[in-house]
Write a protein that binds this ligand. Structure first.
Ligand SMILES: NC(=O)c1ccc[n+]([C@@H]2O[C@H](COP(=O)([O-])OP(=O)(O)OC[C@H]3O[C@@H](n4cnc5c(N)ncnc54)[C@H](OP(=O)(O)O)[C@@H]3O)[C@@H](O)[C@H]2O)c1
Length: 273
């Protein structure tokens, strides 16, 4: 039985992936901020809930990530797969206690930090897997990282792509530095979840109208995560899944190694991990 940790597993696409992976007989550990949603998630699993647990965690700060990692490691020696579906969607200039932008902290840096701290448990797995969910961001070297990591003042339209692309660089770094570990990035597509909760009203209204017409189902958005955890026919190189629900349509992440090193050095400096 595999032990799979899903950061963001109490909600939306992460919760759907957890439900599907439980259905395949795995053990699931869910992380999220909202205790009530965590308990509701466990209750929704029925009899399979005895193979699932929830840890309430605020992953927006360095201290929150460190505290979460130590609680996870106290309970689990080995982690077979770590899936990051945490995310916020905000236009606001909201800074964390560490002075970083919330979008950067949650949608990239906490993923780097938590994974680094959990590497000892991942290394005990036969074939460890790390997956990070983003929007549709095909790997490219045509990206300006000059504003990394401060992104001040924050502009979602300008900054969201480099922040999300940092996940691809981390997947490349992990594949090259952790032998045997398979790392990838998964496009979420567009699914009706709680992600718009702090977005402007007109975007929430648009989502409501478009929902039945143009959105992916949560099941489709979760499928590539589920398949990537279940299959071991990928992982020699970092992988990007660009089409929700199409596990066979994946591309290798090839990125400029100097840029990757620059981003990893900055991430290490910020977190100490
Ligand atoms: N749905 C879409 O159309 C779409 C489009 C592009 C990208 N994405 C990406 O897909 C991923 C899954 O999102 P979703 O659509 O399933 O949205 P969601 O239902 O809002 O899930 C987001 C998850 O992130 C967790 N989270 C947020 N801030 C956190 C923090 N500070 N500490 C710990 N956990 C935190 C939430 O926990 P709580 O609920 O407890 O706060 C929740 O579990 C995200 O990375 C999102 O950016 C989604």
């Amino acid at each position: 039985m595999k032990t799979i940790l899903i950061a963001g597993g109490n909600s939306g696409i992460g919760l759907q992936a957890a439900r599907d992976l439980l259905g395949h007989g795995n053990r699931l550990v869910l992380l999220g901020r909202d205790q009530r949603k965590g308990e509701a998630a466990l209750a929704s699993f029925g009899a399979a809930a005895d193979r699932a647990s929830f840890l309430a965690a605020d992953l927006s700060t360095h201290d929150g990530v460190r505290d979460t990692a130590s609680r996870v490691l106290a309970q689990h020696d080995r982690i077979d797969a770590l899936v990051h579906t945490t995310g916020v969607f905000t236009f606001e200039e909201s800074r964390t206690a560490d002075g970083l932008h919330l979008f950067f902290a949650v949608n990239y840096l906490s993923r780097y930090h938590l994974t680094q701290l959990l590497l000892p448990a991942l290394r005990l797995a036969e074939r460890p897997v790390v997956l990070m969910m983003t929007a549709a961001i095909p790997p490219t070297d045509e990206m300006d990282f000059a504003r990394f990591p401060e992104f001040a003042p924050f502009s979602l339209s300008r900054d969201r792509k480099p922040i999300q692309l940092a996940n691809h660089h981390y997947a490349a770094h992990l594949t090259h530095t952790a032998p045997g570990l398979a790392a990838g990035v998964v496009n979420a597509g567009s699914a009706k979840t709680d992600i718009m909760r702090i977005a402007p009203w007109y975007m929430r209204a648009g989502m409501k109208v478009l929902g039945p017409l143009a959105l992916d189902s949560v099941e489709t958005s979760a499928r590539n995560v589920v398949e990537a955890v279940r299959h071991d026919d990928w992982g020699g190189a970092p992988v990007y899944w660009g089409k929700p629900g199409r596990f066979d349509q994946r591309t290798s992440i090839t990125l400029d190694a100097t840029t990757t090193q620059h981003l990893m050095d900055a991430s290490r400096k910020l977190t100490g991990a």
